[in-house]
Write a protein that binds this ligand. Structure first.
Ligand code: NAP
Length: 289
């Protein structure tokens, strides 16, 4: 077992593809030996488990199912407790388009709140109980830069991602005294399965101006680098977390866009999105494939 590994035991929701899978691979390469990974695509998850095992993880537990289902969330919670995880990554997420009260399915939007907000909160609590006792641990909650914006057609998605960022910032300050790092990983566009089924420009995943499509590996590396730096600060006894370690925006173009949009009047952003609304057809990765 690598002495300076970021984590020896990690739990990652949504590790069948994309950012979650890239984080799982990076952690195993770094010396993580026990993994709990989840996703709805059971066969693919089993294949990922075999790959991670071959790469060096001695134990890989899989949790197959929709995190909006109570039983799936309970199983994750139970395993987090059983294995004393020292890194939790709340990553699972999906997009469904549609206008509230019109073509969006309200039940699915409520389930999105479960998967993006309620379940991550439950898993944070489960992980932090043990982490507080051991006085170390890392929690990465995957949000989105979209969570800073008003996005017609994706209101619930952006609201849940805003929750992720605010929750993580407060938890980061709260938990630092107990040696726990909390991070909101807040990417822009990333080439993953997330946009695979959309029918608008995003399906081409082409760069446009400052909007650059990052790889999942780039995003995972930025997240783990920031977590390592934040942990080093805590070990030195500096218990007020730094913003750049707490809200991680991978890619300099997105950091620039984010600074510009923070400075611009909010009504300008409303005007821009009103002119070119988000496609409202049911979109993105809401169904296990
Ligand atoms: N790609 C982007 O441009 C982008 C930008 C900002 C933020 N994000 C966020 O990044 C996170 C990861 O997404 P990704 O881009 O890596 O896309 P992805 O390749 O589609 O990965 C999403 C992962 O979450 C799992 N998942 C989705 N819904 C689930 C559910 N209801 N229950 C259990 N597992 C579920 C998926 O597994 P199964 O399909 O096997 O269930 C998959 O492993 C999401 O939270 C997303 O909101 C993505």
């Amino acid at each position: 077992m690598a002495q300076d590994a970021l984590a020896h035991t990690a739990a990652i929701t949504g590790a069948t593809s994309g950012i979650g899978l890239a984080i799982a691979r990076a952690l195993v390469a770094d010396g993580c030996t026990t993994l709990i990974i989840g996703g709805r695509r059971g066969e693919l998850l089993a294949e990922r488990a075999r790959e991670l095992h071959a790469a060096g993880a001695a134990t890989v537990e899989t949790v197959v199912g929709d995190l909006a289902d109570e039983a799936t969330a309970n199983r994750f919670e139970h395993l987090i407790d059983q294995y004393d995880v020292d890194l939790l990554c709340n990553n699972a997420g999906f997009g469904v388009g549609g206008s509230v009260g019109a073509d969006a399915k309200t039940d699915r939007l409520v389930q999105m709140i479960d998967v993006h907000a309620s379940v991550p909160l439950r898993l944070c609590a489960a992980a932090m109980r043990g982490m507080r006792q051991r006085r170390r641990g890392i929690i990465i909650n995957v949000g989105s830069l979209a969570g800073r914006l008003a996005v017609p057609g994706a209101a619930t998605y952006v609201a849940t991602k805003a929750f992720t960022e605010r929750l993580s910032e407060s938890l980061a300050v709260e938990a630092a005294a107990f040696g726990i790092v909390v991070q909101a990983l807040t990417p822009g566009f990333v080439k993953t399965d997330f946009h695979r089924d959309v029918t608008d420009d995003r399906s081409h995943q082409r760069d446009a101006g400052l909007v650059r499509w990052l790889t999942a590996e780039h995003v995972a590396a930025a997240s783990l680098k920031a977590a390592r730096e934040a942990r080093a600060r805590l070990i030195q006894g500096r218990t007020v977390p730094m913003r750049r370690h707490t809200v991680v925006v991978p890619g300099w173009t997105y950091r620039l866009l984010s600074a510009v949009s923070n400075a611009a009047p909010r009504s300008l952003q409303y005007r821009a999105v009103a002119r070119r609304p988000f496609p409202t057809s049911a979109s993105a990765t809401d169904a296990p494939r």
